[in-house]
Design a protein around this ligand. Structure first.
Ligand code: GDP
Length: 365
């Protein structure tokens, strides 16, 4: 599955958030109990009101949401890239994830020490980013000399990889993360991905604000939002303290509590969805009397590969996919009506799946 790593300096609220994420009712939704893969890895349900709508129309007996994995990556301190503290392990853990949720402390609390003595989320973001950039810089410098030799010697692969590596290196030397690299071809983007650099991963800034600012953010989170907008990064405002509270409550009590706080939904729901979008993921649905289920694919995935997420046999024997757009499915009132209205399309091998498609695969066994 897809993984989103939670990083940040000590005492910013990472563990509080992670614990809330993995304890919350949403995480345990439907008939998939929350499961811990490793102590610091939590598999959470992706909240999606569309799934309930579909299940209602199809009269499905059960609902199975799709899931996203969060990893609590503790141990980042200044000097991590130099192998101080748990530095190396920390960086190795970041290498494994597809995207980064960067938690920034946007709350004041005299009882909780800030590692640098004052609340400054922008400076904190830079501290963390610097560690990641230094690690990438060193990794590239180590790899580029032998690559240059190979390229000069006529090696085809090396010749393709080298320009991308040179461009990434130059960007880092100018103090900028690799995710800002502008690449023109899908081939170059594939090469960059394979270099597996820490600063090439997409970023979601998570502003952890005080309880009173959960609904509208505060001065600190406003600065982070501005930074995120300038960088083209994603940003959510959340209060870890509130989320921890919500995670303890029964569903009914949650609603009252959220209303009291001026919130429409738990901040974690927004965070999960933002992580999902950040990863470039979309959802398609399958449904029947037994279950309505959401499935995750990357944007741009074609029908056979999407079918393969359910079972490899579906991909191997793919014939076609009966596809109904979500809006048609809901407005018309289900599969039969959509068929009668001519809105159930037969899509073939080249069809690119759209977010919200309700699909039924025909395949050779
Ligand atoms: P981590 O080191 O980043 O994992 O941070 P923790 O989640 O362990 O939080 C550090 C301390 O800050 C704990 O005492 C938390 O209870 C507290 N904390 C976390 N989030 C908030 C918050 O939103 N408001 C306040 N006042 N305290 C918080």
């Amino acid at each position: 599955g897809f993984q989103c790593g939670i990083v940040g300096l000590p005492n910013v609220g990472k563990s509080t958030l992670f614990n809330a994420l993995t304890k919350t009712a949403a995480a345990q939704a439907a008939n998939f109990p929350f499961c811990t893969i490793e102590p610091n890895t939590g598999d959470v349900a992706v909240p999606d009101p569309r799934l309930e709508k579909i299940a209602g129309i199809a009269k499905s007996a059960s609902i199975v949401p799709t899931r996203l994995t969060f990893v609590d990556i503790a141990g980042l301190v200044r000097g991590a890239s130099k192998g101080e503290g748990l530095g190396n392990q920390f960086l190795a853990n970041i290498r494994e994830v597809d995207a980064i949720a960067h938690v920034l402390r946007c709350f004041e609390d005299e009882d909780i020490t800030h590692v640098d003595g004052k609340i400054d989320p922008i400076a904190d973001a830079e501290t963390v980013e610097t560690e990641l950039m230094v690690a990438d810089l060193e990794s590239l410098e180590r790899r580029i000399t032998p690559l240059r030799k190979k390229a000069t010697g006529g090696d085809k692969d090396a010749k393709a990889v080298l320009p991308v590596m040179e461009a990434a290196l130059e960007l880092l030397q100018n103090g900028r993360p690799v995710r800002h690299l502008e690449l023109s071809s899908p081939e170059e983007r594939r090469i960059l991905k394979e270099l597996n650099l820490l600063t090439s991963k997409p970023i979601l800034y998570v502003c952890n604000v005080d309880e009173g600012s959960a609904a509208n953010g505060n001065e600190f989170s406003a600065r982070v939002a501005e930074k995120a907008a300038a960088e083209g990064a994603a940003c959510v405002v959340i209060s870890a303290a509130i989320e921890a509270e919500i995670a303890q409550l029964a569903e009914e009590e949650q609603k009252d509590y959220l209303a009291e706080m001026g919130l429409e939904e738990p901040g974690l729901d927004r965070m999960i969805r933002a992580g999902y979008e950040l990863l470039g993921l979309i959802t398609y649905f399958t449904c029947g009397p037994k279950e309505a289920r959401a499935w995750t694919v990357r944007e741009g995935t074609k029908a056979p590969q999407a079918a393969g997420v359910i079972h490899t046999d579906f991909e191997k024997g793919f014939i076609r996919a009966q596809t109904i757009g979500f809006d048609d499915y809901v407005t018309l009132g289900g599969e039969t009506a959509a068929k009668e209205a001519g809105k159930a399309r037969d899509e073939g091998k080249e069809y690119v799946v759209k977010d919200g498609d309700v699909m039924l695969f025909k395949f050779n066994r």
